[in-house]
Design a protein around this ligand. Structure first.
Ligand SMILES: Cc1cc2nc3c(=O)[nH]c(=O)nc-3n(C[C@H](O)[C@H](O)[C@H](O)COP(=O)(O)O)c2cc1C
Length: 327
């Protein structure tokens, strides 16, 4: 069954998780191309005084992306959040996602992200302000609660539904868990069964088999994948195909991986310019090499390179004509 968020029918119910420093426009486009049904931007602060930087400007750049274009905002002040949402919709955002799932210090010091889960009245004020400010769907990304003694994810979900939020993504950890341990999806199941809006299960879903298990165990409408897509953006195609046919696809041929990496790097140079492009590419190269090629020496060499030309050439020279990695 097609999953809808407001007027948008998603091409797949497997979506990319927002990840600051990762889900820039090139990476979102890549994941969408491989079958992610939706891909939210990196989180953008609601404090518009901080928007006039190259970093924020790039975070607000979604030119050429396929619909629905989702912008994630984070903040603690309802009016600032509402204004940030409005400005992003004016700039072309088609869905606004609110971040109450990220435990990063930078966000939490200012009581934003998942730190807000402590204050349900403030959560309601923020959600209501944003929903009332824009005509597009507003979604919420959250965790199972503040800490294990205060798993108020269900209460937050009810507030969200009440305030007009149109979909939820729930990471199966509490804020206090940070990224420790293993995500638990029992609470996600409880939340899903108690509310009527679509729910995406998130946390440690790293394979087609795991995606199917979690869909079945939670009854959720969709799955959100984050870290498992780093260095493996084609995971969305693998999951979609497995859910449709019940069979695992063969691993991608190395020449396909090479071509994906090359196109990704070129897109990064184009998007960030040479200096930042090479730096951002290093991170993705590290993930690709860890995931698929396992070549430590190559990884170390690539990390020291400063120019796009040399970075690309070094990568390509390690593939022979048949697309295999040279020893
Ligand atoms: C590097 C990194 C950056 C993240 N940045 C954000 C963010 O900006 N907004 C957000 O809601 N969650 C953020 N998260 C959390 C992810 O969206 C996701 O909930 C979490 O990684 C669990 O999913 P996974 O196990 O599939 O990675 C981030 C996670 C990582 C690893």
């Amino acid at each position: 069954m097609t999953l809808r968020i407001g007027p948008y029918a998603l091409s797949s119910n497997i979506v990319l998780a927002p990840m600051a420093g990762v889900t820039d426009r090139p990476f979102r486009s890549l994941c969408r191309k491989f079958g992610a049904g939706m891909a939210a931007s990196e989180m953008l602060t609601a404090d518009m005084r901080l928007w006039d930087t190259p970093k924020s400007r790039r975070r607000m750049d979604f030119s050429g992306e396929t619909s629905p274009r989702v912008v994630q905002i984070a903040g603690f002040d309802p009016m600032m959040m509402a204004e940030a949402a409005r400005r992003n919709v004016d700039a072309g955002a088609q869905i606004i996602d609110i971040n109450m799932g990220c435990p990063a210090k930078k966000v939490c010091n200012r009581l934003a992200g998942s730190a807000l889960l402590q204050d349900e009245a403030l959560v309601a004020r923020i959600l209501r302000a944003v929903v009332n400010a824009v005509a597009v769907p507003v979604t919420l990304k959250t965790r199972t609660g503040w800490d294990r003694g205060n798993k108020n994810g269900l209460g937050i979900a009810r507030i969200a539904e009440d305030c007009g939020i149109q979909a939820l993504a729930i990471h199966g950890r509490t804020r206090a868990d940070m990224y420790r341990g293993i995500a638990e999806h029992e609470t996600v199941r409880t939340i899903k069964s108690a509310i009527g809006i679509p729910v995406f299960a998130n946390g440690d879903i790293d394979s087609p088999v795991r995606a199917r298990e979690i869909l079945a165990a939670t009854g959720c409408d969709g799955i959100m994948i984050g870290r498992a897509a780093q260095g493996r953006p084609w995971i969305f195609g693998e999951v979609n195909s497995f859910l449709r046919k019940g069979e695992l696809r063969e691993e991608l041929a190395r020449e396909n991986v090479r071509d994906i990496m090359r196109a990704h790097l070129e897109d990064l140079y184009d998007f960030y310019g040479d200096v930042t492009g090479v730096r951002v590419a290093r991170k993705h190269l590290g993930w690709y090499l860890r995931q698929c090629l396992g070549n430590e020496a190559l990884r170390n060499r690539l990390l020291r390179i400063e120019t796009p030309r040399e970075q690309l050439a070094t990568l390509l020279e390690h593939f022979d004509v048949r697309g295999h990695l040279a020893a």
